[in-house]
Design a binder for this molecule. Structure first.
Ligand code: FRU
Length: 468
């Protein structure tokens, strides 16, 4: 049970105390989904990077465990992944960062008690090229070839390097991918996986993201065991400000691809007004590839297990004309899942309002979906010189070219204290945002700008975790 603190989400994972960034070591093993993460055991700011640890059996209720792999004076434990070796040992592959030299190399630690206690491999590091910008190994079992593959970034060269190994100890270079797509920032935290018959390469980028600051791009193509070839231009994973270092689970029992991202942005992560913790993970999402507009697109949906949390006192509305302006109604406090389907009328923009002043909608004139506004209790702040608006002030994210004008809009929105996730249509456009509204503004609105729109149907489901 978490103490009730303003901004503490109920469903999004947050550590009880202290700083958290990237998800690490996502692996399913023996009935548990493991979530390790970049963690500072000693404070609410980035530093002393170690791996924190939580487990869940359903991807919705998480139990925080002790620090898994702790920083030492000469080795900080940066991001990485985890696999289950052939003998059932859990193996973490992480970046050792040596503060004295600034060097980064890839290292191993092992656990034979389901991730509770860890032993560093005595022969660390296992992959060292003498670089200061070589990190975030994602290792997975490449079944077609019968070997382990590692994707790891050369951050300043905008490259993902691929390596192979038979024993996780000795690694052979296969190929490099990049520069490609966006190179407006450094490359971090790669992921590579097969999805619906194709291969998806994911790379985090800082800065250069679509809403300013950090963001995540993906490439769809082929991987033949040596080389990744991109068949389509890069696209954004998420159009919001606060989804970074996305990483998918290895070893899921049903073979489906699910992932989670750090719900923050390096541009202002350090200023998020939460205490005594700082940092949240997104809800776990299921991934699919769907052909949209003649190209394969990543589609994300919150994991189905979330629906089991819907409380019986849902609110349902159907066939409501939205006059010009805003219609508000009170809703229960706590986490909400809102689903809504709109048909256009004469309005140029229409959609939902949350946190009193934040609009989630569709702009017919521009043909873009957006999340925009300033929550209750805050004053609009001017954009900073680089155009980056702080999460603590307000939000302005948009995705253009998503629909033909004249179409309607289908939204699934999850509002969980400061954590807001927006999935539009079948999940092809996603906005993930941290929005720090004054607590106690339990209202949801409908809006139409300079004209009318139609709400075909909507449901507001309070989401109630079992242990809250
Ligand atoms: C990404 C990142 C990684 C690094 C880790 C350090 O957010 O910068 O590249 O391993 O965070 O905490």
């Amino acid at each position: 049970v978490r103490p009730c603190a303003p901004y503490r989400p109920q469903l999004h994972y947050t550590p009880a105390r202290n700083w958290m960034n990237d998800p690490n070591g996502l692996v399913w093993h023996d009935g548990e989904y493991h979530l390790f993460y970049q963690y500072n055991p000693y404070g609410n700011d980035w530093g002393n990077m170690s791996w924190g640890h939580a487990v869940s059996t359903d991807l919705v209720h998480w139990e925080e465990l002790g620090v898994a792999i702790e920083a030492t004076d000469d080795e900080h434990v940066f991001s990485g992944s985890a696999v289950i070796d052939h003998d059932g040992t859990m193996v973490a592959v992480y970046t050792s960062y040596h503060p004295a030299s600034g060097l980064q190399a890839q290292s191993l630690a092992r656990s034979t008690d389901r991730g509770r206690t860890w032993t560093r491999h005595p022969g660390n590091p296992v992959l060292d090229i003498g670089s200061k910008e070589f990190r975030d190994p994602k290792v997975f079992w490449y079944g077609q070839g019968g070997y382990w593959v590692m994707a790891v970034v050369l951050a300043l060269e905008w490259k993902v390097s691929f390596y192979r190994s038979d024993d996780l100890l000795s690694w052979t270079w296969l190929s490099d991918f990049g520069p490609a797509g966006s190179v407006d920032g450094i490359w971090e935290v790669p992921d590579l996986f097969e999805l619906d018959g194709r291969w998806v390469l994911v790379v985090s980028l800082n800065p250069g993201g679509p809403a300013g600051g950090s963001g995540v791009q993906y490439f769809v193509g082929r991987f033949d065991g040596v080389t990744f070839t991109s068949d389509w231009p890069a696209a954004w994973v998420d159009h919001g400000r606060d989804f970074y270092a996305a990483l998918s689970w290895n070893n899921t029992p049903d073979g489906r691809r699910r992932w989670i991202g750090w719900m923050s942005n390096w541009a202002d992560a350090a200023t998020h007004p939460t205490d005594p913790w700082r940092g949240a993970q997104s809800l776990p999402r299921e991934l699919l590839l769907e052909d949209i507009g003649g190209r394969p697109c990543l589609v994300q949906r919150p994991v189905a297990a979330l629906q089991a949390l819907r409380s019986p006192d849902s609110i349902h509305v159907a066939g409501l004309d939205i006059p010009p302006g805003v219609l508000f109604r009170s809703v229960p406090e706590g986490a909400l899942e809102i689903t809504a389907e709109f048909a256009p009328g004469t309005a140029e923009r229409f959609g939902l309002v949350i946190h009193e002043g934040v609009r989630i909608g569709y702009d017919i004139v521009r043909g873009e979906a957006f999340v925009e506004g300033t929550p209750s209790g805050r004053h609009a702040a001017p954009l900073s010189a680089d155009g980056v608006r702080s999460s603590t002030d307000g939000v302005r994210s948009s995705a253009d070219g998503v629909r033909r004008s004249g179409d309607g809009l289908r939204l699934t929105v999850i509002v969980d204290a400061s954590c807001v996730e927006v999935f539009s249509d079948r999940g092809q456009i996603v906005f993930t945002e941290q929005i720090f509204a004054e607590p106690g503004s339990a209202q949801v609105g409908l809006f139409a700008d300079s004209g009318t729109a139609l709400l075909r149907s909507a449901a507001i489901h309070p989401l109630r975790p079992k242990r809250a």
